[in-house]
Ligand binder design. Structure first.
Ligand SMILES: [Zn+2]
Length: 474
């Protein structure tokens, strides 16, 4: 007989609990200790004395989003840690890993890393960690950043969009990877390289196709060929990762590299799986990102790669900015006189979506055979492993952090403005009809979001900065 009244534990129970991607959905009662760790799991539903009774809703591991641009410090008019972590919490995301660019300074030295950590103090509603960056000349800083807690490193093979984060060439990359080799450090690539493709000056810049034509799949294929070459050169010591894959044309090379046994992983984003280029309206620059959203045929191939495991996991790449930089019609009057309203070519690239990925993925995926187990694998487990958090996050098991999302997979959920908690609300998903609604989000045993409470969010931030040692990824 379990003792739910035991005061030393906070108790969570439900009839439909999914502990990890290898389990079945079934009743469970989870006992969480004062440190926020799972202490015991009983395979029965027992609401007596429970702090949270999920009832018929699905209780599964909290989501780990490994690709978020919080933009703090330095560009907090674009986003900030309070709004980004509120948005995460409202969508069942219990861990976010911040990108090293768009904040100022870029996270490319130990000092910049410490500055970000200080800046985030007292503002985290979910757990937060950060990636460091590889830029020309900072190879000697990488070891120190890893020791300080950076989860790994991101680099660009083409212009990043911000001057403070320049791309690396092959020689600089090799220098960085020599340093990473000493510590088995992970490197991630924005995998686009210049192929000489240009904007067709005759075409209307307010049409999406004009921008799309300037970022062809060959830019990704060329970069991914280089990534695979470098990965092979440093294998097995430097795990390589391709962020935000969009071009299905690169899948054959990725499949071959994986079959060869190279330490290569790949992510794609919710937007590449849920939007077709054919459907992007003129002037709707909230759809612009790099690499771009491509055709429906391309999207179908990405889905196949997600379901067969070629693509390891799915993230948001939440990257907002202010509406004026999007040159968006909604910001009326704030557009520089030199710019055209709705100009896809000149608008800032980046899609805002942290915290709304779960219903998007589920709504689109369920007709393609996506299971709850797939969801846990794609947005909880594998992103946790990738972030070096295998022994804390991504699964519900004894000894792990008690991070949960409680959601109703059958409930209709239209993504209206009042449900968007990030700072700038411009997103392609506004008014999108989905199924799947998050009701509660729990971070290390504390409920940080509850849809039935007037204030929804916990009064205090309970998020922690994640600087625990990296756990092996294989
Ligand atoms: Zn990004």
């Amino acid at each position: 007989m379990s003792d739910n009244s035991s005061s030393s534990y906070t108790v969570f129970t439900g009839k439909r609990v999914l502990l990890d991607s290898a389990s079945q959905v079934g009743p469970a009662t989870i006992f969480v200790d004062a440190a926020g760790k799972v202490a015991r799991i009983d395979a029965s539903y027992n609401p007596a004395g429970a702090a949270l009774d999920a009832g018929d809703k699905l209780l599964m591991p909290g989501i780990v989003d490994g690709h978020v641009h919080i933009n703090q410090p330095g560009r907090t008019q674009w986003e900030g840690v309070v709004t980004a972590s509120h948005s995460a919490a409202a969508g069942g995301v219990t861990t976010i890993i911040d990108m090293p660019l768009n904040c100022i300074p870029s996270t490319v030295t130990v000092d910049a890393y410490e500055e970000k950590r200080e800046s985030f103090r007292d503002g985290m509603w979910v757990d937060v960690g950060t990636w460091g960056g590889v830029v020309p000349g900072n190879a000697q800083d990488l070891g120190g950043m890893l020791d300080a807690g950076a989860r790994g490193f991101k680099c660009f093979l083409c212009e990043s969009g911000v001057d403070e984060f320049p791309p690396v060439n092959e020689e600089q990359l090799r220098e960085a990877m020599q340093e990473l080799k000493k510590k088995n450090g992970l490197i991630m690539f924005h995998a686009e390289m210049d192929t000489g493709a240009q904007v067709d000056g005759e075409s209307d810049p307010t049409e999406y196709n004009t921008f799309l034509g300037s970022r062809p799949p060959t830019m990704e294929v060329k970069a991914i060929d280089l990534v695979i070459e470098m990965c092979r050169e440093f294998a097995p010591h430097v795990p390589c990762h391709i962020v935000h894959l969009s071009a299905a044309d690169a899948l054959p090379a990725i499949r071959a590299a994986k079959a060869e046994g190279l330490p290569l992983t790949v992510e794609t984003c919710f937007h590449y799986l849920t939007i077709n280029a054919e459907d992007v309206p003129a002037r709707s620059t909230e759809y612009k990102c790099c690499p771009p959203i491509r055709s429906k045929a391309n999207r179908d191939q990405l889905w196949q790669a997600v379901l067969d495991g070629t693509i390891d996991f799915v993230v948001s790449d939440h990257s907002p900015c202010t509406p004026d930089l999007k040159l968006h019609p909604c910001c009326g009057g704030n557009i520089p006189v030199s710019a055209v309203e709705g100009d896809f070519v000149k608008a800032w690239g980046g899609i805002a979506s942290v915290g709304i990925g779960l219903p998007l993925l589920w709504t689109e995926g369920r007709s393609r055979g996506l299971t709850f187990q797939d969801i846990v694998r794609l947005i909880c487990e594998r992103t946790a492993v990738h972030s070096g958090l295998r022994d804390r996050k991504g699964r519900i098991a004894v000894g792990m952090d008690a991070d949960f999302v409680v959601w109703a997979p059958e409930q209709e959920n239209c993504i209206t403005a009042d449900k968007l908690h990030f700072r700038n609300k411009l997103t392609p998903y506004q008014e999108r009809a989905c199924v799947g609604l998050v009701h509660q989000t729990v971070v290390r045993g504390t409920t940080v979001y509850d849809i039935s409470n007037q204030d929804k969010f916990s009064a205090e931030p309970h998020g922690q900065w994640l600087d625990t040692p990296i756990t092996p990824r294989d």
